[in-house]
Design a protein around this ligand. Structure first.
Ligand code: PAF
Length: 281
């Protein structure tokens, strides 16, 4: 397992690999604090490619004022140990001065209208920051495929849209959300939760599961399905950011739920913002 910190080293390493022995290159972009969900992304990459590159970079561009940039967990030694054991060949652990040598880049990816709904409505500029760093990582590592988690559904769809609209020669694969046995979707931000807050956070997955059950028994009205989730959040004193039923490709509202429609939720447990979603049917 190699740990590289500069763009030049990563480019050279991938170029050498492509010459000899050759094969597909997969990129798993992360901000570190690796958990089982990341390990499943690595598994997916490992099954699809001969060289698995995992980047760890807490990207300042995607954090808004007052968000948790400083506080975001950075257990780098533990991450390289877990990731290495999980099948990563190459870690790219760059720091902000390497990726943004002039400070914040003046040119960024315009994430477009799909970045203004759901999480984008409360986190303006967030997806421009995500897409800018993902574009840079794709240009640096030049992977054949990159793997993203379905838990960050809007992010994954926007990345897909970016590579399609801007003709990046990379395939975007989505890996399923990984949950604790009680249903909580794994997230690096779960580390912020106390035991009682974690209990309250379960309301997100509980609400989604209940709404999915209602859909299976014939409820298709968006407000009725969203109300089921909302009820769970409020009962657990989780402050809702949004509960929305959206089209899986366009992320716009739908008139009625059908198989494939995405039910997405975001809420605050004290100051911790959590998101989750379920694909109906
Ligand atoms: O999902 C994340 O961890 C980040 O948003 C990503 C894709 C690594 C970009 O910084």
């Amino acid at each position: 397992v190699k740990v590289l910190a500069t763009i030049a080293e990563l480019r050279a390493h991938v170029a050498r690999f492509r010459d000899e022995p050759g094969g597909l290159v997969a990129l798993v972009p992360t901000m570190g604090a690796l958990h089982e969900g990341h390990l499943r992304l690595i598994d997916h990459a490992r099954a699809a490619a001969e060289l698995v590159v995992l980047s760890i970079f807490v990207n300042p561009l995607q954090f808004g004022p007052g968000e948790d940039l400083q506080r975001y967990p950075r257990p780098l030694d533990e991450d390289t140990r877990r990731g290495g054991a999980g099948g990563v060949d190459l870690f790219f652990l760059s720091a902000a001065p390497e990726l943004y040598p002039q400070g914040q880049p003046r040119v960024r990816i315009d994430a477009g209208p799909m970045a203004t709904v759901l999480c984008g409505a409360t986190r303006p500029g967030h997806f421009a920051g995500v897409l800018t760093v993902v574009a840079k990582l794709c240009h640096i590592a030049q992977p054949d495929l990159a793997v993203f988690g379905r838990k960050d559904y809007q992010q994954a769809i926007l990345v897909r849209r970016m590579v399609d609209d801007l003709d990046f020669p990379v395939r975007i694969d989505l890996a399923p959300t990984v949950r604790d046995p009680d249903g909580l979707a794994l997230s690096s931000r779960n580390a912020y939760l106390s035991v009682s807050e974690r209990e309250r956070a379960l309301s997100l997955s509980r609400g989604l599961t209940a709404a999915a059950g209602a859909f299976r028994s014939g409820v298709t009205d968006p407000s009725a399905l969203c109300a089921i989730v909302l009820r769970e959040l409020l009962a657990a004193r989780v402050e809702p950011d949004y509960v929305e039923l959206v089209d899986p490709d366009e992320l716009g509202p739908v008139d009625a739920a059908r198989g494939g429609t995405v039910l997405a939720v975001a809420g605050y447990v004290r100051s911790t913002r959590l998101i989750d979603n379920i694909i109906l049917g």
